[in-house]
Design a protein around this ligand. Structure first.
Ligand code: AMP
Ligand code: MG
Length: 317
């Protein structure tokens, strides 16, 4: 653990840690973030591990320029472009269709990705030095308060974060405003940018959004919406009779048993973090095969195993 003033040399160190798959905490104009390279599923899994999240939430991807936006978002509509020109860099998060390269652990399995361009000079320098989009939720323990000072991060997560870039208290102190534009403009989370300012650019924005299965909205509630189309159940794979395996797929923790039509192994070394990094991709692949059923093996419920089991139980519900 190290809390360091965010001088250029420290930012360079942080970028180096990120590039080799590590996690660092850094200031933004809203709150402190806990970041990893967004295209690195294993590094992103480590974020959830450090936060002790019992479930997966979609993370906001931070970008430093248009090229990084293009790496994570498939298309930018004219309305999105108008908002970007007016409010980026700044505390506005926009939801886009995700580029296939964005690991599903970043979006918690959603087909969309939330993106923002921070204005904080340290966040911007970190993005520039890293040269890659950075996925970052707020740098607090699950259920804890968001961190507006490096010391808050140190208190809550210090022992587990390699480097905390300190640039004093954050300017805004509340999270970004999250806006969806498709199919209609809707406020998903009120935040540091007043919705009225958004409406001045694109017209009326829906304030209260009802859940619908096609467009999951908020954390927590979100989870039950991404489930494979293939029926999934949690099963002790070794005890499933051979004749029941033929038309089915299995999602194994570390060793796939014989006889299944298709198998995915989450971690050959029985590492729950590696398993978490592979979970969504594996479910997605199995789901695409038109199997009659997916048997998912329980994983140990410690660390990220808790979040994996939460997801599997919801998928199986
Ligand atoms: P935080 O990074 O802690 O400020 O919170 C990120 C929040 O962004 C999540 O809890 C979601 O509410 C929201 N979010 C992230 N990605 C998406 C998405 N693809 N669609 C809708 N909301 C999202
Ligand atoms: Mg948060």
């Amino acid at each position: 653990m190290a809390i360091v003033r965010a001088h250029p040399a420290a930012v360079a160190d942080a970028a180096h840690i990120l590039k080799r798959g590590g996690v660092v905490a850094f200031p933004t104009e809203t709150v402190y973030g806990l970041g990893a390279v967004a295209l690195d599923a294993g590094a992103v899994a480590r974020i959830f591990e450090i936060k002790h999240r019992p479930q997966f939430d979609p993370l906001i991807v931070h970008v430093g320029d248009d090229a990084m936006l293009a790496q994570v978002a498939r298309a930018v509509s004219a309305r999105a472009r108008a908002l970007i020109e007016r409010f980026w860099p700044g505390p506005l998060t926009l939801v886009f269709e995700r580029q296939p390269d964005v690991p599903l652990i970043v979006t918690a399995g959603l087909p969309t990705v939330a993106v923002r361009m921070p204005s904080h000079p340290v966040a911007r320098a970190l993005l520039r030095e890293t040269g890659a989009p950075i996925a970052a939720p707020s740098a607090n323990r699950f259920g804890g308060l968001s961190a507006t000072r490096a010391q808050h991060v140190e208190h809550m997560l210090g022992a587990e974060v390699e480097l905390i870039l300190d640039d004093g208290p954050t300017q805004l102190g509340v999270e970004s405003t999250i806006l969806r534009l498709e199919p209609t403009a809707a406020l998903l989370r009120p935040g540091a940018l007043p919705v009225e300012e958004i409406e001045a650019v694109i017209g009326p924005v829906q304030r209260e959004v009802k859940e619908d299965a096609a467009a999951p909205l908020a954390p927590g509630r979100l989870a039950q919406h991404y489930a494979p189309r293939t029926p999934l159940r949690i099963a002790d794979l070794e005890r499933v009779p051979l004749e029941r395996r033929a038309g089915a797929g299995c999602l194994a923790f570390s060793i796939a048993p014989q006889g299944y039509a298709a198998a995915r192994v989450l971690s050959t070394s029985s590492d729950v973090r590696e398993a978490a990094a592979h979970l969504f991709e594996s479910l997605h692949e199995l789901d695409a095969l038109g199997l009659e059923r997916i048997d998912a093996e329980p994983v140990p419920e410690h660390g990220l195993g808790l979040a994996i089991m939460d997801r599997l139980r919801r998928a199986g519900a």
